[in-house]
Design a protein around this ligand. Structure first.
Ligand code: CMC
Length: 447
């Protein structure tokens, strides 16, 4: 609520400080006292600041949401200056070390760590929804032989809505829950089928005896073995990577999930949009770009020249920088440590040396230091994925699988939030004023 103040004084004049902001509109001389809640002004409170009755009222202009909170959320906490990341209050370091992806997904979705019985029931449900309808398999088979896995993944997620039409009942919690279980259970299968397809290999069906990541490895790698035993180090490492990628508050993909979901469309359609947003090279596609960049650099001795190019504005140092982190991304620290364990099994990725040198130079260089550009989650994850044998085109899919939990938790929070409505930003119109239509014969000719 906005109250109009009679005074324009900014000092507290010895009075106890109030959680308000006084704004004087110099166009009219009027002053307004606006409430501050959680360090935030309500943009709608500005609307009453107008020059006259005809005036629409004051708006904010914030392209790319640089300084706009679009929601209240209790899922993920980030302190970008201190390099802190927590899910539901639990530090990412503790979850990466002591939890697993399915338990973390439960935490993110339901707000609390599960009891043993709750975990068993949750795991059972996920394991028993991993199969895809045979028609989905046929749909995937229709893609070109060289289709990129992420394109197949996005399209197949969207297609799921045609198999589960009841998913449109987004206001019904049990129906929502059903789709959540389906999505978390089926994304590894869709991912694996997309990978096998792009390699021309037959699809491998899920195995209910294996863990979430163990089963994924089997569906990806299984050839002629009578029994597939996933490698425990690789399986655990992928599980840690999944914990690290499970949610990251209001990033581009999650914002897409919420914006699309705000129209009350089914979660499959909304998640296809979120995955599409994730695919971009500035977001989840960055790990693929990091690998391309390291290959292009080719040798440690070329690193200084590459850094100079970046500083001249000829390209970016991919895997560096973040809208929120102005410190070392805590996920990158954990990944660096996990990489050592993976390389112990797989052998060191030869590109690691180049990455380490890039990081060493960038962390000392004034350009990167002054802009607070540090390695982000994507800088080292690609090196692990590559050492595990995955092609770069599959990296964004490996990001999307675990992010499913975050997208769905944020979607539920949005649907249940009485503050939320259909997402619909305003604009500042910069085009022509009124013009009358001119018939083609009267438009003149191009010269
Ligand atoms: N290399 C070189 N310069 C950079 C980089 C980079 N990676 N990132 C930002 N800058 C510079 C940028 O040129 C600008 O400089 P100036 O002030 O002189 O114009 C300044 O730093 C601020 O950059 P910005 O583009 O305004 O920052 P942003 O918050 O809009 O962008 C970002 C964030 C992640 C898109 C950007 O840092 C970037 O493009 N990084 C490379 C891509 C990448 O690694 N993305 C993965 C993000 S983490 C995974 C995820 O959550 O998706």
């Amino acid at each position: 609520m906005v109250t109009q103040s009679s005074s324009t004084t900014h000092a507290t004049n010895g009075n106890p400080p109030r959680d308000t902001l006084t704004i004087t509109d110099n166009r009219t001389g009027k002053a307004y006292e606006l409430p501050i809640t959680d360090g935030t002004l309500r943009a709608m409170d500005l609307r009453q600041i107008r020059t006259d009755a005809e005036d629409f009222g004051l708006m904010t202009y914030d392209p790319a949401f640089m300084n706009t909170a679009s929601t209240r959320s209790s899922i993920t906490y980030i302190d970008g200056d201190k390099g802190i990341l927590r899910y539901r209050g639990y530090p990412i370091e503790q979850l990466a070390e002591r939890s697993n992806y399915l338990e973390t997904a439960y935490l993110i979705l339901f707000g609390e760590l599960p009891s043993e019985a709750q975990y068993k029931e949750w795991e059972y449900k996920i394991i028993h929804h991993t199969f895809l309808h045979e028609k989905i398999k046929m749909l995937m088979q229709a893609f070109r032989y060289d289709a990129r896995p992420m394109g197949m993944f996005i399209s197949t997620i969207a297609a799921l809505s045609t198999f589960y039409p009841e998913a449109l009942q987004v206001n019904d919690p049990p129906t929502r829950m059903k789709q959540i279980v389906r999505l978390i259970a089926k994304v590894p299968t869709i991912a694996a089928f997309s990978y096998r397809h792009s390699r021309g290999l037959p699809y491998v069906y899920p195995d209910n005896e294996l863990s979430y990541t163990g089963n994924l490895f089997r569906m990806l790698d299984m050839m002629t073995q009578s029994k597939y035993e996933p490698d425990p180090v690789k399986t655990r490492a992928l599980d840690i990577l999944f914990v690290l990628h499970a949610d990251h508050e209001q990033n581009c993909g999650t914002n897409a999930m919420r914006a699309i979901g705000s129209s009350r469309v089914d979660p499959y359609s909304a998640m296809a949009g979120a995955a599409a947003a994730l695919y971009g090279p500035l977001h989840g596609g960055a790990n693929e770009e990091v690998l391309k960049m390291l290959k292009l650099i080719g040798n440690v001795k070329n690193v200084p020249a590459f850094i100079e190019k970046v500083k001249k504005g000829e390209g970016r140092l991919m895997g560096f920088g973040h809208r929120v982190y102005k410190n070392y991304d805590p996920r990158a620290k954990i990944i660096k440590h996990t990489a050592d364990q993976v390389f112990h099994v797989t052998g060191v990725n030869p590109l690691l040396e180049i990455a380490l040198e890039l990081e060493r130079i960038a962390l000392q260089d004034e350009y990167f230091v002054s802009r607070k550009l540090y390695p982000n989650v994507d800088f080292y994850s690609g090196l692990i994925y590559q050492a595990m044998g995955f092609p770069v085109s599959f990296f964004p899919v490996l990001f999307a699988i675990p992010r499913t939990a975050g997208w769905l938790a944020q979607w539920v929070e949005m649907v249940e939030d009485p503050d939320q409505k259909i997402a619909r930003p305003r604009q500042i119109y910069t085009g022509y004023g009124l013009r009358n239509f001119v018939p083609m014969y009267a438009r003149g000719t191009d010269t």
